[in-house]
Design a protein around this ligand. Structure first.
Ligand SMILES: Nc1ncnc2c1ncn2[C@@H]1O[C@H](COP(=O)(O)OP(=O)(O)O)[C@@H](O)[C@H]1O
Ligand SMILES: O=C(CO)[C@H](O)[C@H](O)COP(=O)(O)O
Length: 582
């Protein structure tokens, strides 16, 4: 069976295109008939983010029964080079999984699903790590998603204007895999490229570790590797960019068996991995998802009845999932392909089977907030005060802003302080990695008030970036009415309120804060066969928690700030033109 046929065979299992998602069924009995009954089937979700690995034990209603988190190592050997270790990440997966299943009846665990950042893992022919650095340190065998080393390579790829680029918003991002592969070939030929046997996206590496199956997820290959769900690999692209060597061996090094997310892999969890994870051998393991896509699955299909949301009477395509962690990803689905300049996709069946996906993004959001706060002179004072009150620094800053705002709305504190948030380039909708961050309105102040207001202006800038992405998606044909937020930043009430106020859309938060893990567990649930489709598992396992509505009275103010926001990037381009002119 060729690759394409294999994918389609699995796709036949999904619901028809654009079928509305089924409403959750509330009742007793087996998985298929829902469950008021004490749930007896559990799934393990493992989520590998940029900064940590999280695992959760989730039941068939989508309720988190146990959660554990463990930080992972990151190296930045030089500016814009970001590396990780696949062995360190796997060890962290094992530690957190063992923790969440302690004391649990193992027979109830039916399936395992992984999601991870779309980082590039390099292994040799015997599956041993290979170095992705000039130091030859093979423990650092991952080029992380946010690594921007392959700038020259991505420029050359974009200059080809190859037709596959239409499916990544017209311009390939330096964060995708093709430029990184080309960088390895051009820079680490002997110690890495010539010895490499397997290039995995991190989510696929994890499912291989668990099952010994090298099949790739349609999600990772379509979104980051130029694979087409309909046409498979395009030889002419790889030849044109100088990576024709990957075509040999029927694409064995980058994947020649492609499965839809949630499909069951091989014979399930192999004994060695089962021992390491502390799970029963043979349980179903699912083809994985990229982390943002797992977040999308975890939130976008929830039953919204009774919350006063306009999307209640609208198709699921009116919902935009925004997954906000180190970065923010804006996941919008559609029945037919929509080409949005500067927004990744359209990708067929890469998140919700049978739907096209467009993915907008901001490369640094959580990382930018942390950077702004931690590099301010008042940061040590903030840390000391937050610790004294047993609060997180963000909770402390939010209450400090409430103190200094006096009678006015908190957002009005930034009337003369504006931020452009592209400190790590612009992913969407400008797709320009050369853009930089900007701040206007600085004073000589070094105190906590100044830090708090800068923190607020940074959050607002990120929300304006989301508004810019939404407007671009809508201009291209999306019709969006409601945001579904998840990820670490969705734990910050100020971040959530600013997204509502600045976009003018209600923001839905899930019942389970760790919705990305619910998405991973949904994969495990599908692989176990307990649900007939990803759509059914989504509808049953994701639940609305809280809805935050926009403060309409503040709209005029934010419209003005948005005008300034858009003007800032024009000014930045003018400055570049002046400096680069003769
Ligand atoms: N309790 C919290 N309150 C406010 N912000 C938070 C909180 N927890 C995490 N964050 C923010 O979320 C970001 C990390 O989100 P997370 O989803 O954990 O990231 P990743 O998946 O990339 O590892 C941090 O950069 C931080 O700014
Ligand atoms: O590119 C992405 C999804 O397509 C993500 O931004 C990347 O995987 C990192 O995610 P996170 O910010 O959750 O760590």
């Amino acid at each position: 069976m060729d690759i394409q046929t294999h994918v389609l065979t699995h796709m036949q299992q999904v619901l028809p295109l654009a079928e509305p998602l089924p409403s959750p069924v509330h009742g007793r009995g087996t998985m298929m008939s829902g469950g008021d009954q004490e749930p007896d089937h559990y799934y393990v979700g493992i989520d590998v983010g940029t900064g940590s690995v999280r695992a959760a034990l989730v039941d068939q209603r989508g309720v988190l029964l146990a959660f554990a988190e463990q930080p992972i190592k990151k190296w930045e050997p030089q500016f814009n080079h970001h590396e990780q270790s696949s062995e360190d990440i796997w060890a962290a997966c094992c530690r957190v999984t063992k923790e969440i299943v302690q004391g649990i009846d193992a027979h109830r665990i039916r399936g395992l699903g992984f999601d991870a950042t779309c980082s590039l893992v390099v292994l040799d022919k015997e599956f041993h790590p290979l170095p992705v650095n000039r130091e030859g340190d093979s423990s650092r065998n991952i080029i992380m998603w946010l690594d921007h080393r392959a700038v020259s390579q991505v420029h050359r790829i974009n200059e080809t204007k190859h037709s596959v680029l239409q499916y990544v918003g017209g311009v390939m991002s330096v964060e995708m895999q093709a430029p990184k592969l080309l960088w390895l070939k051009e820079n680490l030929r002997e110690i890495c490229w010539d010895k490499a046997g397997h290039f995995f996206d991190l989510p696929d590496f994890l499912s291989w570790k668990a099952t010994g199956v090298t099949a790739r997820s349609l999600c990772s290959l379509v979104c980051k590797w130029t694979y087409s769900a309909e046409k498979g690999w395009d030889d002419s692209f790889w030849k044109m960019i100088g990576l024709e060597d990957l075509i040999g061996d029927n694409y064995n090094k980058i994947g020649n068996l492609v499965l839809p997310p949630g499909a069951s892999l091989g014979s399930g969890l192999i004994p060695e991995a089962a021992r390491e994870l502390g799970l029963p051998s043979g349980i179903a393991v699912a083809a994985s998802l990229i982390d943002a896509h797992a977040g999308g699955l975890g939130v976008i299909g929830a039953d919204v009845r009774g919350h006063g949301l306009t999307c209640e009477g609208q198709p699921v395509t009116s919902r935009l999932a925004v997954i906000c962690g180190t970065s923010s990803c804006h996941m919008g689905i559609s029945k037919d392909p929509i080409f949005v300049p500067g927004v990744w996709g359209p990708y067929f069946s890469a998140m919700v089977p049978g739907f096209w996906l467009n993915e907008g993004g901001q490369s640094v959001t959580g990382k930018l907030i942390d950077h702004m706060v931690q590099s301010h002179p008042a940061f040590p004072e903030l840390q000391a005060k937050a610790t004294a009150r047993c609060q997180s620094i963000y909770a402390y800053l939010n209450s400090h802003l409430d103190l200094i705002k006096k009678a006015q709305p908190v957002g009005f504190l930034t009337v003369d302080l504006h931020v452009w948030p592209d400190f790590h380039g612009n992913r969407s909708p400008l797709a320009d990695l050369t853009l930089k961050g900007m701040v206007t309105g600085l004073t000589l102040s070094r105190d906590l008030d100044d830090l708090a207001v800068l923190y607020l202006a940074t959050i607002q800038a990120i929300a304006f970036g989301t508004r810019f992405i939404i407007e671009t998606m809508e201009a291209a044909g999306h019709s969006l009415s409601t945001l579904f937020l998840c990820g670490g930043l969705s734990k910050n009430p100020l971040f959530v309120q600013m997204h509502a106020d600045i976009t003018g859309m209600p923001v839905v938060l899930s019942q389970e804060v760790e919705s990305v893990l619910v998405g991973a567990a949904i994969l495990g649930a599908c692989a176990s066969g307990d649900f007939a489709s990803v759509q059914e598992a989504m509808a049953r396992m994701s639940k609305v928690g809280k809805v935050v509505f926009p403060e309409r009275a503040d709209k005029k103010y934010y419209d003005k700030k948005y005008q300034v926001f858009l003007r800032m990037v024009e000014h930045q381009k003018e400055y570049s033109a002046i400096m680069n002119g003769s």
